[in-house]
Write a protein that binds this ligand. Structure first.
Ligand SMILES: C[S@@+](CC[C@H](N)C(=O)[O-])C[C@H]1O[C@@H](n2cnc3c(N)ncnc32)[C@H](O)[C@@H]1O
Length: 248
């Protein structure tokens, strides 16, 4: 399993993967409601959805009266986000860009990064660049909510491979520990055409301790943790690691 440092450019393509599966879209309103409950923003507040993808959360935030800016590097997903916003008749500001090179300065009351859209870079310094960009983008005292996979659970229950039936295709997942994360190879088999596609990606595994340390290095102070969007406490058994942090 070889990993290219720019693996993301071949992975986040509709022909291979789209985070807005029907199930994920169905979960978005409840997830967005949990996020908004924690952020306690007033109508008209400015929110950054970093790595917004096809905008399934961003439109929910905008529908609640927030001024939402979605940033993502995938043109295909941003197009879908724009269409979703148009359909729901909600304004969305969508910008194409790399999460490591955010140009905002003291612009947002809060920022979010959802559905494991972090930890993709082989160099930890790139993760740090991302978090520092978030901190810079926030107004003083601004909040940041991040939702990633819980590395603690993954490490304790390491499974080298499994597979899923995802409706129109099968997905085979193979993994191996690499650096402070995992290299994963996904093989997608289209049920109708039999087409087989394979992509390999890297995911740095964060737990409460390592995420807290990274946030602090970037000037973000962790305040609270959860293990799911239903508000369950974080533990070694929860699949999500959700953290609310404040710009120090
Ligand atoms: C797992 S998806 C989640 C998308 C969205 N947050 C959601 O919950 O539906 C990860 C997203 O990160 C984006 N992404 C990956 N690498 C990126 C980068 N270097 N800069 C900006 N966005 C990136 C992808 O295009 C994709 O939309």
């Amino acid at each position: 399993m070889k990993i290219a440092s720019d693996w993301q450019s071949g992975f986040f393509k509709n022909s291979f993967y789209n985070p807005a599966s029907p199930a994920a879209v169905a979960h978005a309103p409840a997830e967005a409601a949990f996020v908004l409950k924690q952020l306690k923003l007033k109508k008209g507040a400015a929110l950054l959805d970093l790595c917004c993808g096809p905008g399934r959360h961003a439109v929910e935030f905008a529908r609640k009266g927030l001024l939402v800016t979605g940033v993502d590097f995938s043109g295909e997903y941003l197009k879908e986000a724009a269409a979703r916003a148009k359909k729901k008749k909600t304004p969305l500001r969508l910008l194409r860009g790399d999460m490591r090179r955010l140009k905002f300065s003291r612009e947002f009351d809060a920022a979010v990064n959802l559905f494991t859209s972090f930890g993709y870079f082989l160099k930890f310094s790139d993760d740090l660049k991302t978090l520092k960009g978030v901190a810079r983008a926030l107004l003083p005292g601004g909040l940041f909510l991040i939702d990633i996979i819980n590395g603690d659970l993954i490490r304790r229950n390491f499974t080298p491979r499994d597979w899923h039936d995802l409706g129109d295709h099968y997905l085979l997942e193979a993994r191996r520990p690499f650096k402070d994360g995992q290299v994963n190879t996904w093989t997608r088999i289209d049920k109708k055409t039999g087409r087989i596609q394979e992509r390999t990606f890297f995911d740095r595994m964060y737990d409460k301790r390592s995420l807290s340390a990274a946030l602090r290095k970037a000037g973000l102070e962790p305040l609270k943790f959860w293990g799911g969007f239903d508000g369950r406490p974080l533990s070694a058994k929860t699949i999500r690691l959700i953290c609310l942090a404040r710009k120090a």
